[in-house]
Design a protein around this ligand. Sequence first.
Ligand code: CP
Ligand code: NVA
Length: 319
Amino acid sequence: MMTLKISSSKRDLLGVQDLAASEIQAILKLAAKLKKQQKAGTTQPLLRGKTLGMIFQKPSTRTRVSFEVGMNQLGGSAIYLGATDIQLTRGETIEDTAKTLSRYVDCLMARVYDHKDVEKLAASASIPVINGLSDAFHPCQILADLLTIQEYKKKLKGLHLAWLGDGNNVCNDLMLGAAKTGISMTAACPEGYGPLEQVIRAACREGEENGAEIRVTTDPAIAAKDADIVVTDTFISIGKEGEWATRETIFLPKYQVNSRIMRLANKDAIFMHCLPAKRGQEVTSDIIDGSQSVVWDEAENRLHVQKAVLCMLMKKAPL
Ligand code: CP
Ligand code: NVA
């Protein structure tokens, strides 16, 4: 897990750990430029003739639509490959699928359950592979989150981010993204629901280099106190639906982002959520639909950062 995968001919994005701090900055810079161009109607067809294959083992609204629209805007195209529509669910191996699709398309994006599946796909594909969410990581989401934070706060380094709730795929990669960009992050998660141990260790190391403090606590008040950014996600990620009865008693009401939590944060703190959200569970309606919430800009920025990643991986912009 979390190894930098570079070969002479291709580069993959399986997690934030695959990116150097300088590469994150380069992606954000290009994303901001592409966003400006899209608003001005001056988008260049940088990916004309290129095709993205999109494998989905799990449902998606934002990831699917933003990747497909992004490819279209850049002059390319995307093909939706639901795992049950292709031979994967009839026993064709991931390796054979990767080798076949590499002969047709120029880049693959995959949303999977087991992170090993996207690693296997990348290992056997001769084209770049992007993780569109696995049970362990969600790098595209974190790039969009960083762009959003930069837009609102005009900087990344020196900010304080509070994560409340499940230490899940989004939390894992956000911790690495924060550490790499100099954002101090405190994750408040119930005992046994924290981020991956190897992520905490890597983030602490990276944080030390970049002046960011990375902490994990079970106390939401400690995390939220004086935070510039308050972030949460569903308490029941895709595939965990059967755990709701147990999770409800563990997470609620303590880990919900509500007005009491937001009052502990800085007055100008922003609220973020990767979506989809469950109002009344991880966040109350007054917060997600209120003036501090930036969730719609965050969702939009998926489009812009992914366009930047696609251009870079398909070598139409330097990474
Ligand atoms: N945030 C996100 O990845 O949304 P989707 O599950 O709708 O793609
Ligand atoms: N943690 C959530 C993120 C959805 C975008 C999940 O895995 O379902």
